[in-house]
Write a protein that binds this ligand. Sequence first.
Ligand SMILES: CCCCC/C=C\C/C=C\C/C=C\C/C=C\CCCC(=O)SCCNC(=O)CCNC(=O)[C@H](O)C(C)(C)COP(=O)(O)OP(=O)(O)OC[C@H]1O[C@@H](n2cnc3c(N)ncnc32)[C@H](O)[C@@H]1OP(=O)(O)O
Length: 202
Amino acid sequence: MPVLAEVPAERRELAARVRELVEEIVHTDAPAADLLTAAEWIAGATALLRTARRDRPMLLAHDGGYQVSMHSPVEGPGNPLAPPMTGLVAADGEMRATAVLSGAYEGPPGRVHGGWVAALLDHAVGRAVACAGLPAMTVSLTVDYRRGTPYGVPLTVRARFTGSEGRRVFATGEIVADGEVTAEASAILVAIRGLPASTQDG
Ligand SMILES: CCCCC/C=C\C/C=C\C/C=C\C/C=C\CCCC(=O)SCCNC(=O)CCNC(=O)[C@H](O)C(C)(C)COP(=O)(O)OP(=O)(O)OC[C@H]1O[C@@H](n2cnc3c(N)ncnc32)[C@H](O)[C@@H]1OP(=O)(O)O
């Protein structure tokens, strides 16, 4: 898999514009004719991109010193599905980042969909154990939804490696909004054999 020195600015830009588009699509009250016009413009942009299609979606890049897939659906700066994530620090078995999810992620009224809450936590525990030197895949994730996770405000996502037994690796994590824990996770992961060392840097 190709590893780029950094996430290309034009990939960040394109994904950021599409994120805005998705947010406006779920909030707009524009008249039907405008919706159809917008759909046509978007189809034009899609056709342009399709002229140079790559088979595999994933590309790795260095971002703030960490090797990440720029197309990760959770933190990939080049994937518009990923909410913008800032201040990501992952070192010594602990990770921390701030994410702001838009209304496009709504589940219960005014709250982030629980599946997305779980996705953030799944990703966070994966990152935490990777930066402990144990890249692993989640085989069990228990999420306790303590209160609704709001959208449109900064969410602190944290996770930490807590130990290992054979190939099993353990981690916990939580999401904090406005100083309150909204969801907590406890995870079991299984260490992946034969992953190149270069992908273990958080
Ligand atoms: C291509 C690899 C990508 C890995 C990415 C990870 C890190 C990369 C590094 C940096 C990137 C940074 C951040 C990335 C963050 C997230 C990336 C997204 C990752 C995910 O999005 S991830 C969520 C979805 N995840 C799956 O898609 C896993 C599906 N799964 C499997 O693919 C198999 O399950 C596999 C291969 C994992 C293991 O299979 P296997 O055959 O090699 O191993 P086996 O079954 O023998 O289990 C071994 C030991 O785990 C115990 N064990 C198993 N299952 C258990 C359970 N449920 N509860 C308690 N213990 C369990 C057994 O009891 C045994 O324990 P013991 O060794 O003590 O006997």
